[in-house]
Design a protein around this ligand. Structure first.
Ligand code: BGC
Length: 354
């Protein structure tokens, strides 16, 4: 019995000694090289090609995306093209040549940026579309908010207030796929009202480059051609809503007609408090930046990333993530936009609204 115990004890000691022996020495490290120096891996480098920094939201996108990428231990190089297609393409080429591991792009022009995806792929670099889809390209991934839902939320809010009457639709940029998706959402909700003859769309126009000045010109035209017979306005974002409201103001119509926007821009939120804008659609940017950063870094490291949704971009079913947008009006402003710290109470009320 005692001998058996000693044998078992000896076997145990041998097993422990074997377990302590390091057999995991990497093949590249020679045994005589002591102490073992493990070379640190180079951090992943992401390129971020932005269309513009014109609307307030893009400054948040830039700042939060940088932080999200860096928190994952990666690096990011950011460029913005001021709404210039040729500049966006050449900036992206420079990023590709600089040896980035992956390209994230907010296209100015959904069609023109297909050339960038092609060039990146030739260099072995995957491309992720951020917020806006790239059309007709072998895009690797698309991450955005549900833009059709943005339009639906706008139209649902405005039809609840104005179920009958003359509607003006101030669209976004025709070159931006999001503007098309939003319009689809708006008109899906309006269609039954239009068919019943309750709602008449008396003006419907795109707004070049989403600028407030172009939206104001559109709204001026809408007021002129309808002789001011307008009961509601749906504008594609807060920038265009701002331009439309300025035109209404100039004609003494501001705060009398419901106006919808999108983005929860500070100016838009302040107009909601002041009563000249009815609602906006809030898209928590930090959720987008976090998702894109995680996926971009994982793809850059060669990991396989799958997605539950797919969006057809004319060339392929692009694996996609679509985050939910939130309708915001005066009643839930504090429990959404302000609760998230998107804008502080001081920012919203401190300047006294309009
Ligand atoms: C975005 C909006 C933004 C607009 C203008 C769209 O693609 O989805 O949030 O207001 O571009 O920059």
């Amino acid at each position: 019995m005692k001998r058996k115990l000693i044998i078992v004890w000896l076997l145990g000691v041998i097993l422990v000694l074997l377990a302590c022996t390091d057999t995991s020495t990497p093949e590249t490290v020679k045994p005589e090289e002591s102490p073992v120096v493990v070379k640190e891996e180079e951090p992943v480098r992401i390129g971020f090609s932005m269309d513009t920094l014109q609307e307030e939201r893009w400054l948040k996108d830039r700042e939060l995306f940088k932080k999200a990428v860096e928190d994952l231990g990666a690096e990011v190089e950011i460029v913005a093209a001021n709404g210039d297609d040729a500049l966006q393409i050449s900036q992206a080429e420079t990023l590709i040549q600089s040896g980035i591991d992956l390209l994230v792009i907010v296209p100015h022009n959904a069609a023109a940026t297909a050339a960038i995806v092609h060039k990146a792929h030739l260099a072995g670099i995957q491309v992720v579309a951020y917020d806006r889809l790239v059309k007709n390209a072998e895009l690797d991934m698309y991450i955005s908010f549900d833009n059709e839902q943005v339009g639906k939320l706008q139209a649902e809010a405005i039809t609840a207030l104005v179920p009958k009457g003359n509607y003006v639709f101030i669209g976004g940029a025709i070159t931006d796929n999001n503007a098309h998706l939003l319009k689809e959402g708006v008109f899906k909700v309006l269609q039954p009202y239009i068919e019943r003859g309750d709602i008449h769309v008396v003006y419907d126009q795109w707004t070049k480059d989403w600028t407030p000045a172009n939206a104001q010109a559109n709204m001026d035209e809408a007021i002129r051609t309808t002789n001011g017979q307008i009961d509601a306005v749906i504008a594609a974002n807060d920038a265009t809503a701002g331009g439309a409201i300025q035109a209404l103001k100039n004609h003494g119509l501001a705060s009398q007609i419901p106006v919808a926007g999108q983005d929860a821009d500070l100016a838009g939120v302040q107009r909601i408090v002041a009563g000249s804008q009815t609602m906006t659609v809030y898209k928590p940017i930090h959720m987008l930046t976090q998702k894109v950063a995680e996926i971009a870094v994982a793809l850059a490291k060669g990991e396989i990333v799958t997605a539950n949704e797919h969006v057809n971009n004319g060339k392929k079913e692009v694996p996609s993530v679509l985050l939910p947008p939130i309708a915001v009006n005066i009643d839930n402003l504090e429990s959404t936009v302000m609760k998230d710290g998107f804008h502080t109470a001081e920012e919203v009320y401190g300047k006294g609204g309009e």
